[in-house]
Write a protein that binds this ligand. Sequence first.
Ligand SMILES: NC(=O)c1ccc[n+]([C@@H]2O[C@H](COP(=O)([O-])OP(=O)(O)OC[C@H]3O[C@@H](n4cnc5c(N)ncnc54)[C@H](O)[C@@H]3O)[C@@H](O)[C@H]2O)c1
Length: 482
Amino acid sequence: MKVVVVGAGYVGLVTAACLAESGNRVVGVDNDPARVALLQAGGIPIYEPGLEEMVGRNLSAGRLLFTTSMSLALEDAEVVFIAVGTPPREDGSADLQHVLAVARDIGEHTTGFKVVVNKSTVPVGTAAQVLGVIRERLALRGPTGAQVAVVSNPEFLKEGAAIDDFMRPDRIVVGVEPGVVGERARQVMARLYVPFNRHHDRTVWMDVPSAELTKYASNAMLATRISFMNEVALLADQLGADVDSVRRGMGLDPRIGHGFLYAGTGYGGSCFPKDTRALVHTAGQHGCRMQVVAAVERVNAAQKHTLVDMVLRAFGPDLRGVRLAVWGLAFKPNTNDMREAPSRHIVVELYRLGATLVLHDPVATSEAQAALADDLGIPWSELHRLQWATTPMEALEGAHALLIVTEWKCFHNPDFAAMVERLRYPLVLDGRNLYDPDTLQELGVAYHGIGRRNALGVQALASGGLRAQVGQRRQMGAGVVV
Ligand SMILES: NC(=O)c1ccc[n+]([C@@H]2O[C@H](COP(=O)([O-])OP(=O)(O)OC[C@H]3O[C@@H](n4cnc5c(N)ncnc54)[C@H](O)[C@@H]3O)[C@@H](O)[C@H]2O)c1
């Protein structure tokens, strides 16, 4: 089949590459000429494991190409995916300007019969809006014989595991309109997804509004599990319980399962924060209150301050002279995506309180530097108290504490002895609960995670006890780096 995918970002590029990999002729369209030039030259603009190889393989085989021209791309295509961004507006609603711009573009250039697929995450009613915009543009062109069906096919891939998620999906949700045109679209979509349904049919057919809502409800449920565990973790801290033991005890219940029960520094990324807000907004527009989801958001906003609170408990409110190592900036491992990453709140708050921060992320260097400079409104080159370390161990040199913000695999099993040697005070504040508190206690490391800690960690966080260490060093002229 000939397929067009509009938007060459995380979702569009993965969709284009995976559909080409399964034998289709795919044209990727993006309105960013630099992005298209990079893709045409065999590079990729994002970090996603395995994607560069897959794009390269399909470019060489001639099944995949990229262009900025919608009119060229649409020639004899059967299916057109819309996979452009739907960022949040100030009021929490989804900004549909990119989706509707693509709809206009399709309306201006389409011929014959096309199935237009909304893959972007969009509020209920958007498919109808897209169809309306396309028809408006078609009407301006006069008789063309062009016909369009709009279907909803939300995407459930996870950044960092996107190719596997697309190639071996748990489910494929497709919403089609009733009637003859909708049935024709259903047959086209069924044919397109045959390679992904070989073992058993994973497609869940439904009406369009239900498909649109399924995406938001799914993300809201996952976010709910995270915020729920974050609240359990705060309680565990007060009760002297260990949230990781609680998680394992809960997860073995098949009605609960293990997924998304990890306490941490809060969820971020390009989906959960904006999609939960958009769901609450949509509900409000229809006179409904999504009270659970609204609470999930509030808990998450507070959770992003947890590591900062720990630093303040350990060092007091004035962080001048305090040097902190930070491991992990991307919103989760295996991506360079910094959209709504909790690290941004943590680093910005600590910086504003006077701390010096030495940052390390295995992949998201330039994205993190750009995001932090933007948040602080100061060019990266002038942020002298934000320093970049090229290795995790280098970041620890002379730091008063280590903060773990993203659970990259390479942080899971570090050389703890080397860690202790480099840290000025061996305090590990673990926003991802990577380590065993007892093992670290045996090594003399004060450890405090989210709902798990050792006695040294509790002691270190008691009443700004470590401030004296920083002061002492200053008086002794011990070369505190500020
Ligand atoms: N990132 C994820 O993990 C994920 C997962 C599931 C669903 N989604 C949803 O998928 C959609 C896309 O997300 P993303 O993360 O891939 O976004 P992205 O920002 O990475 O990519 C969007 C791309 O669209 C291009 N674009 C914008 N307007 C265009 C236009 N008029 N014509 C052509 N190209 C245009 C941009 O240049 C960019 O390359 C969003 O609605 C998002 O909520 C994302």
